[in-house]
Write a protein that binds this ligand. Sequence first.
Ligand code: SF4
Length: 410
Amino acid sequence: MKAIDKLKLIAPEMDLEIGGETEKRSSMQPPTPPVCGSTGPPADISASTEVLSRNANAKQEALGITKASMPGGKKITLLKTMITTACERNCNYCTFRAGSSCRRSTFTPDEMADTFMKMNRAGMVEGLFLSSGIIKGGVTSQDKLIDTVEILRTKHEFRGYVHLKIMPGAEEEQIRRSMQVASRVSVNLEGPNDRRLALLAPKKSFLMELMEPLKLIEKIRSTEDPTGTWNGRWPSSTTQFVVGAVGESDLELMITSEFLFRNAGLSRVYYMAFRPVPGTPFEEIPAADPWRQHRLYQASFLLRDYGFDLEEMAFSQGGNLSLTMDPKHAWALEHLSEAPVEVNLAEQEQLLRVPGIGPKGANSIIQARRRGKFRELKDLKSVGVNPHRPAPFVLLDGRRPRYQLRLPIQ
Ligand code: SF4
């Protein structure tokens, strides 16, 4: 099979994986559950370049090419693919599970690296997200992933972004080597604990195959010299959960997310609203509400960037966040309605508690205070903060600002 045809086979399933720092995707667009893989095209790529230029978006998506935002906000085109879609595991949501009748495709490391570089030189892709099904164990599969990136970094001297998956069962030295050649590594936990994972992916071990590697990555990053890495820095790490397929609560997901932020130094936790895939054991399970995914992201940012603790968030008796209200707004209604924050005096952490004020806005406010007082809502606007959401929860020079109530708050 031609490499380009292999890429096309894999691409539809790669929508399930988040490849970049903040891949551009509508938070309200339900994604499908994640699979492990990604692929690359070989010698026929140059022939396809002309076609791609004519109908760029559709053609790029057909190959697994997507736009992703990197740390710092730069957007790049990313090839998301798998080195093989053959797999001996049996994750209940996945097209490529063992025994599935789907068509499979496999690249050699050389073929994958050559294919990617042809696409890169043709201006089609700038970075690579590379995963794999698991065949002959995680160690063998991880070796092929590492071989591919080593070929890219050495033979092709590729200096761009590579997000590399760590396979369940990969050994410590393989994890270290993956970190030396990648820009980012990830281990998908899939479920928030062993009980939920057993329902999602019966052949994966939550603690030994997934959680321990995430902790090891952080240990290496925080204790070992990055000499020997391709760019002199250890890579960031992420994980991903399948949301809504096996009855887990938002609280379960947030407990594990908080643990990972505090103890495994994760840059990002991704939440993928479940969507059933025909032909899998989960094909009859209804798709998860995409608003749930949206609220989970909002809550995780409160944990990661806003100084919130889990105990401060409002969960229902069943352990879920409100689908209809931003968790930060819910907190502010309870705590700031009668105790508004004085914008001219508040510390950064107090400003971050106000809906509509993020890390950038809080910094802008603190800097602008050196030049004069905030007296009206338009003063907030002048430093780039939309005053609509903060208005009910702030004082400006000792007075509550006049504002019009607007709904809804999302
Ligand atoms: S390990 Fe699971 S999610 Fe990954 S390719 Fe295999 S069956 Fe799919």
